[in-house]
Design a protein around this ligand. Structure first.
Ligand code: TGC
Ligand code: FAD
Length: 415
């Protein structure tokens, strides 16, 4: 038999119908060669852990709308909680390593990456960055192991894209602050031991309009604080989403985050979490690409694998192209974050691009699976549904468009 192109370059990604079906990760441009040994080790560790511990159980959790709580301590043991922070029991890894961990977790499910994003970037980070040393000592070591779970309350029923208008209010009352208001759509809310709550601190005798945004640490068990779980989500079903309700909650003064005020506080946290999402979305996209490729190679129609039809190859080639571009964006973004040269609009571009392409890839992958694509035997519909939330949270796609529009023109078009 003549030696063909596929024999000369026998990379599995170019294999025929007998190609290995196990997940190998997509790396068309050998991005791998730009990672350090430590980053590769983290990536492989989290990839294998996800393969063994998340993928076998996640459809069941999605069906039942439950979060796999038993995995929290393992995330801590793996060093993934607050992993890019230094000290206080945190792993102190590079931002690229953090990104790779997000990628591998989200290949399992966006809910796993969400848990880690919220714990590390949205709850541990503000304590680490804006808190006192006493607060850091009190919370961070136990949060790094998963013994304590955190959440982040910014969004309110009437203030989503426009958090500057938030109406949750803290009033100075001598030795404590009194908190009133409500948050909505809060990941981990009902399972959290503590919440970072962003509220307007009103000066004595002042009104809400005089208030400036501050971060407060609210603990589970604080009188007047409840966190009812939200139900009925078609997306991120294996993740807990909650309201936070504050009814005259007294917060001791040593639970104010003293080192920041104004929107730059929550936005500083969001910079980290949006960065992680930019990588995470690639994991969901890779899972969908992998499933679509395997399915196309094995599904026979009109006497041959559907992978042999030009239209299907066009879809797979487009996925390969977009994932490869997304990987290069994420890697460069991570290196800039590690060397301190990154500015927030650069994160917006990567978050919106990588989530957008991941969502489109999930939809096209569903199409390639035909009717089977709507079954939970395949991961594609779950990823597509999850990515609808990822497209909206941490700044909607269009809010990131407007952030870039402001950077380009100098004119804000939010209002
Ligand atoms: P604006 O006037 O632009 O800024 C107000 C102050 O904030 C500073 N700032 C930033 N600082 C750090 N990083 C950034 N990215 C920052 N962006 C702005 C800015 O310098 C200013 O500081 P100062 O000291 O001069 O006052 O604010 P704006 O009110 O015009 O807002 C603009 C807009 C629309 C971009 C912003 O509101 C926005 O990003 N909206 C989206 C809201 C959002 O992302 N919410 C996320 C909620 S948390 C979540 O979704 C978690 S999901 C978790 C999961 O499950 O994974
Ligand atoms: P809106 O702001 O009402 O936007 C609705 C639509 O209007 C969008 O298409 C938006 O792009 C568009 N729009 C709004 N303003 C403009 C404008 N100026 N110009 C053009 N278009 C505009 N929040 C937290 O604080 N903590 C969490 O842990 C958290 N977890 C979440 C988990 C899930 C599963 C989900 C779905 C959301 C979560 N959120 C969380 C909330 C999330 O951040 C908000 O949903 C998001 O910021 C958008 O706000 P909104 O839903 O109120 O939409």
């Amino acid at each position: 038999m003549a030696v063909g192109y596929l024999d000369v370059f026998p990379h599995p990604a170019r294999g025929g119908p007998e190609a290995p079906m196990a997940f190998e990760g997509l790396d068309f441009y050998n991005v791998d060669s730009h990672f350090t040994d430590e980053e590769r080790m983290v990536r492989d560790l989290v990839r294998n852990w996800t393969e063994d511990n998340v993928i076998p159980i996640i459809e069941e959790h999605c069906r039942n709308a439950t979060f796999p709580m038993h995995l929290v301590a393992q995330l801590g043991d793996l060093g993934l909680l607050g992993m890019n922070l230094d000290g206080y029991g945190c792993a102190g890894m590079s931002n690229v390593a953090y990104g790779l961990a997000c990628q591998e977790l989200e290949r399992g499910d966006s809910g796993m990456r969400s848990f880690v994003s919220v714990q590390g970037s949205l709850c541990m980070f503000p304590i680490w960055k804006y808190g006192t040393d006493e607060q850091r000592q009190k919370y961070l070591p136990d949060m790094a192991t998963g013994k304590l779970i955190g959440c982040f309350g910014l969004t309110e029923p009437d203030f989503g894209s426009n958090p500057g208008g938030l109406v949750t209010k803290a009033v100075d009352d001598g030795d404590s602050y009194v908190l009133n208001g409500a948050k909505m759509w809060i990941t981990n809310g009902s399972i959290a031991d503590l919440a970072i709550v962003w509220a307007k601190l009103v000066p004595p005798g002042g009104t809400l309009a005089d208030g400036r945004i501050h971060g407060f640490i609210v603990e589970k068990g604080d009188a007047g604080f409840t966190a009812p779980q939200m139900h009925g989500k078609h997306s991120l079903r294996a993740s807990v989403t909650s309201e936070l309700v504050f009814d005259d909650v007294r917060i001791p003064k040593n639970r104010l985050l003293p080192n920041v005020s104004g929107l730059r506080g929550p936005f500083g946290c969001l910079d980290n979490a949006r960065y992680g999402i930019a990588w995470g979305a690639l994991g969901a996209a890779m899972a969908c690409y992998d499933s679509a490729r395997n399915y196309a190679l094995s599904r026979i129609q009109f006497g041959k694998p559907i992978a042999g039809f030009q239209l299907v190859q066009n879809k797979l080639a487009w996925m390969l192209r977009e994932i490869t571009k997304g990987q290069l964006l994420a890697l460069h973004l991570g290196r800039m974050k590690d060397d301190g040269s990154l500015f927030p609009e650069q994160i917006s571009l990567c978050k919106m691009n990588n989530v957008d392409i991941a969502l489109q890839i999930a939809r096209v992958a569903r199409d390639i699976h035909g009717a089977n694509g709507v079954l939970d035997e395949y991961p594609v519909m779950r990823h597509a549904a999850n990515l609808e939330s990822v497209y909206t949270y941490e700044g909607t796609h269009d809010i990131h468009n407007l952030i870039l529009g402001r950077w380009i023109t100098g004119i804000q078009a939010f209002q």
